[in-house]
Design a protein around this ligand. Structure first.
Ligand SMILES: *Cc1c(COP(=O)(O)O)cnc(C)c1O
Length: 369
C-alpha cells in the first residue's frame, strides 16, 4: 500500500493559512485596541451573527456549554424539573441540565442519530419543563414533530446547534425554530474560534435581557447586580477571529457537503459499511461524516495504519456514562443509541479535504472490508 498521504481528522492549520492575513490583522487590532474582554469586537460579531441569522438577539458567551446552561437557567429550569434530551450527544447537553438542578430524561435516537421525536411524548411528566433537541453531526432533528409536542405540552425548546451552524430544517435555520438556539465556536466546529467561545440566539427580548444579565455577573450596568449570575464572556480576540471567518461560512459549508457527497457516492454499496441517512427536508451541514460498521474497531485500526485519523463520536451513549451510573439506565431503553455507539466511526471531513484525499480514504476502506 502506498504511503503518500497522511490524513489528519481535522486540519485547522490549512484553513488558517488560507486566511492568514485577515486573522493576523484581526488579532493585532484587538491587541492594539486592548479590547480583550467584551468591547467593540464582541459587539461587532454579536450584531453580524444575529443579522446573518435574521434573529433579534445574540448573546455572546464563553463557550457552547455555558450557552445551554444560561438558556436553561433563565428559562427557569431548576430543582424538581425534568428536561428531555437525546441519548446520543456530547456530555454538555446533559451536564448543563444537571447543573441547573434538574433531571435529564433521555430519549433513544432515530435513524438519523438524533432524538426519536416519536418517543418524546411517553417521557413527558408533570415536571417536564423543556426539550433539548441536538442537531447532531450537523443534521437537523425532526423539528416539526418536536415543536408540535412542545406547543401541546407547553414546553420550552432549546436547540443545541453546536454542530449545526447554518443547517436548515424545512427552509428554516436551526437555532431559530425553538425558544433559543445555542452555539459553540470551539476551534473544530463548523465556525470555530481560536479558543473557547459560544453564543445564544433568540427572538424573545425579555429572555435575551435576562440571559445577557446572568452571563455578566447578574448585571446589565456595571455594579448593578440585579441577580446572582456567572462570568461567561467572549474574548475580543475570539470575536475578531469569528468576524473574519464569518464571510466564508457558506463556502465552507458547501465544501463539507461536497466531501459528504463524495463519500456517499464512493462508499455506496460497500459491504459492511453504512453511510449516514439524510433526513428529507433538511440541509445537513456535515460537521461530522459518520459511518456505521460492525467491525468498527478493526476498521479504525487498519485506517490508522494507513495514516488516516478517525474519531468515535461518542463511544458511550449519555445514559451509560459513569456520571449517570446512579440513574440505573437499562440498555433495553436506549437500544439504538447503545448499538450505534458500538458501530459509529467519524471519517475525516473539513472544507479543505480534497477529492484525492477522499479517494485515498475510500480505497483504504475498500481494501479493509
Ligand atoms: C461542542 C458541543 C457543545 C459544547 O460546546 P463547547 O463550546 O465545547 O462548550 C455542546 N453540545 C454539543 C452537541 C457539542 O458538540
Amino acid at each position: 500500500m502506498k504511503r503518500d498521504m497522511e490524513i489528519p481528522f481535522v486540519d485547522l492549520h490549512k484553513q488558517y493559512l488560507s486566511l492568514k492575513k485577515e486573522i493576523d490583522s484581526a488579532i493585532s487590532d484587538v491587541i492594539r485596541d486592548t479590547a480583550f474582554i467584551r468591547g467593540s469586537y464582541v459587539q461587532g460579531f454579536e450584531q453580524e451573527f444575529a443579522k446573518n441569522y435574521g434573529v433579534k438577539h445574540c448573546i455572546p458567551v464563553a463557550n457552547g456549554t455555558d450557552a445551554i446552561y444560561i438558556a436553561l437557567k433563565m428559562l427557569g429550569v431548576g430543582m424538581g424539573d425534568e428536561v428531555i434530551t437525546t441519548a446520543h450527544s456530547w456530555i454538555s447537553t446533559s451536564e448543563t441540565i444537571v447543573q441547573t438542578g434538574a433531571k435529564p430524561v433521555f430519549v433513544d435516537t432515530d435513524d438519523y442519530f438524533t432524538i426519536d421525536a416519536v418517543q418524546i411524548v411517553e417521557k413527558i411528566t408533570s415536571n417536564t419543563k423543556a426539550i433539548i433537541p441536538v442537531h447532531l453531526y450537523g443534521q437537523p432533528c425532526d423539528m416539526g414533530r418536536i415543536m408540535s409536542i412542545a406547543q401541546k405540552y407547553n414546553l420550552y425548546v432549546v436547540e443545541d446547534c453546536a454542530q449545526a451552524h447554518y443547517a436548515k430544517w424545512n427552509g428554516k435555520r436551526v437555532g431559530t425554530i425553538g425558544n433559543v438556539g445555542t452555539f459553540s465556536f470551539y476551534p473544530g466546529k463548523n465556525l470555530g474560534a481560536y479558543g473557547d467561545a459560544g453564543a445564544i440566539l433568540t427572538n424573545d427580548e425579555q429572555l435575551a435581557e435576562k440571559m445577557r444579565m446572568f452571563a455578566n455577573h447578574g448585571a446589565l450596568k456595571k455594579h448593578h447586580h440585579e441577580i446572582n449570575g456567572i462570568n461567561s464572556r467572549m474574548d475580543g480576540i475570539q470575536a475578531a477571529i469569528l468576524s473574519a471567518k464569518l464571510p466564508y461560512i457558506r463556502e465552507w459549508t458547501q465544501a463539507r457537503q461536497q466531501v459528504a457527497s463524495w463519500y456517499d457516492q464512493k462508499l455506496a454499496g460497500l459491504n459492511n459499511i453504512k453511510i449516514p441517512n439524510r433526513r428529507d427536508n433538511a440541509d445537513h451541514v456535515f460537521h461530522l461524516y459518520v459511518i456505521k460498521t460492525p467491525a468498527r474497531d478493526e476498521v479504525r485500526m487498519e485506517l490508522k495504519k494507513k495514516d488516516i485519523d478517525t474519531v468515535i463520536h461518542y463511544p458511550t451513549a449519555l445514559p451509560f456514562l459513569e456520571a449517570y451510573h446512579d440513574m440505573n439506565h437499562q440498555i433495553s431503553d436506549y437500544k439504538k443509541a447503545h448499538q450505534d455507539s458500538l458501530e459509529i466511526l467519524s471519517l475525516p471531513i473539513y472544507p479543505e479535504l480534497t477529492e484525492n484525499q477522499v479517494n485515498y480514504i475510500v480505497e483504504a476502506l475498500h481494501n479493509i472490508v
